[in-house]
Design a protein. Structure first.
Length: 499
């Protein structure tokens, strides 16, 4: 039920002076929405504090959620193609192992800057296709163009610069996309929506990871310091599917109507008068559960970045025994790493649909997340003793369970405590918990690898498993109790009172 606009213009001044009040006719629909009420005949006088149901999104059926999440298939193809191939592309172009982390710095830096800013402006946008879709569509177009250009670079500086453009473009799509899911799903369907998101992320990642290996059977072997043709074709196919999948969501997925969106658009925050001032004020008002989860995200994504950077070269060098990037076994090892990435994403897909819903009902989201991280951490640590490529696939199943939890449970936990009018900016700030540890890893892993780990790629991956176990410990402080969210009307005092 949405409150008519006429109600929003009726205010009373309280005895306290300047706190505006809202007079709402008292009935069975409005009464449950009043957090603080004072009966006066047939009118319920309430502060401008309402539960989220006041402007709640309509209930969504399966196909609504499917269409809203489908674009993540293309988005994840973009992420997975770079995760599975960029370290190898850098090595094809002459980079040594210690240089790889700093060459990856573009990815987290672009996310740190872009995501909160994009979230801020998408919260305040209205167009005939909604407030998030213009950003999602623009990012998809730019990402598709960058994917086409990436495998045609001829030097390290060109690859690093283009990765910066590619990651900024994907972030332009990803951050509003997650806010779009939160905007358009109610409390009963939100966890289902983020689970469906994890499903499509798994499908896109499996296809993108296996594509170079599949195409490699039909393409000639590369020359010295040459990017394989199979990798180039994979990026081209990924570009087409990225644009197509996101375009489907923009075209088919429902979005909130203008009245509901404008009713929840934020007004000024505190005394801030500039956009960056409002960003700072919003950061200071971060919900407690989000603060708790940021520590978990920090440890978890330190571990994930170790995997992103070094799993493919680790398999090529330490498992397949490649000495140089020109060895044929190096190309075979990188292709097999793609298969491993595909396997852990299949495990992610199956876990998201069949295991996580049952596990969360039985032990709760917090404990489910901890179990997922323990499973992933032990799987990565066990790689230290594996030299048979086929046994790695078994460990990747365990890592895929962790990946399913990472992609859905933190967002399910945090989204229900975010005020709707600031969902975009808070999702951007929450993702800072992902990119800040990646920046730290990019700046420090090269030195750590050279001085402590003997430039052995596999030891960095094992270190990532240790960080996962740290995240499993940190998640124990996270509060996990579903509760309604108090939503202040834009620009109004948020403190409840009684009379």
């Amino acid at each position: 039920m949405r409150l008519p606009n006429s109600f929003l213009n009726r205010h009373e001044r309280t005895a306290e002076g300047d706190r505006p009040r809202l007079n709402v006719p008292l009935n069975s629909q409005t009464q449950p929405q009043c957090l603080t009420t004072a009966r006066r005949g047939s009118v319920c006088t309430v502060d401008y504090v309402m539960t989220q149901t006041a402007f709640a999104p309509p209930a969504r059926n399966f196909w609504h959620i499917w269409n809203m999440s489908f674009g993540f298939l293309g988005v994840q193809m973009g992420w997975t193609l770079q995760m599975a191939n960029m370290s190898a592309i850098y090595e094809y172009l002459g980079a040594n192992p210690e240089q790889i982390p700093i060459l990856w710095l573009a990815a987290p830096m672009s996310g740190l800057v872009a995501q909160p800013v994009i979230g801020y402006f998408s919260d305040r946008t209205w167009t005939p296709i909604g407030r998030r879709k213009p950003y999602i569509l623009a990012g998809a177009i730019l990402s598709s163009l960058a994917l086409v250009a990436m495998p045609n670079v001829s030097s390290l500086w060109m690859a690093a610069g283009l990765l910066w453009i590619l990651d900024t473009s994907i972030n332009l799509t990803t951050e509003p996309f997650r806010a779009f899911l939160a905007d358009n799903s109610d409390g009963r369907t939100r966890h289902r929506a983020f689970t469906m998101q994890a499903f499509f992320i798994g499908v896109g990642a499996v296809f993108a990871a296996c594509l170079p290996w599949l195409l490699g059977h039909f393409c000639p072997p590369p020359g010295p310091q040459e990017i394989p043709l199979a990798v180039k074709l994979s990026f081209y196919i990924g570009a087409v599917l990225f644009g197509t999948a996101v375009g489907w969501t923009v075209w088919q997925a429902p979005h909130r109507d203008e009245q509901a969106v404008r009713a929840t658009m934020p007004g000024p925050v505190g005394d801030a008068t500039t956009w960056y001032g409002e960003l700072w004020q919003t950061l200071l008002a971060t919900p407690e559960r989000m603060r708790q989860l940021l520590g978990v995200q920090f440890s978890t994504w330190l571990g994930m970045f170790c995997v992103f950077l070094y799993l493919p070269p680790a398999i090529a060098h330490q498992v397949f025994g490649a000495v140089a990037e020109s060895d044929p076994v190096y190309t075979q090892g990188i292709a097999w790493a793609g298969i491993c990435i595909g396997v852990y994403n299949v495990a992610c897909l199956l876990t998201s649909f069949f295991l996580l819903p049952r596990l969360t009902r039985r032990v709760g989201r917090r404990n489910s997340y901890a179990l997922c991280l323990v499973c992933g951490g032990l799987s990565l640590i066990a790689l230290l003793w594996i030299r048979n490529p086929h046994w790695i696939l078994l460990l990747m199943l365990g890592f895929g369970v962790a990946w399913a939890g990472i992609l859905s449970l933190p967002y399910s936990l945090v989204s229900e405590v975010l005020p709707e009018q600031h969902t975009g900016i808070y999702m951007g700030l929450f993702n800072a918990g992902i990119v800040i540890p990646q920046i730290l890893a990019a700046l420090s892993l090269g030195w750590i690898m050279r001085h402590w780990l003997g430039s052995v790629h596999l030891l960095v991956v094992v270190l990532g498993g240790v960080f996962f176990l740290g995240g499993a410990i940190a998640v124990q402080i996270v509060e996990d109790q579903e509760r309604p969210i108090a939503l202040p009307a834009p620009g109004m005092n948020t403190k409840a009172s009684t009379s």
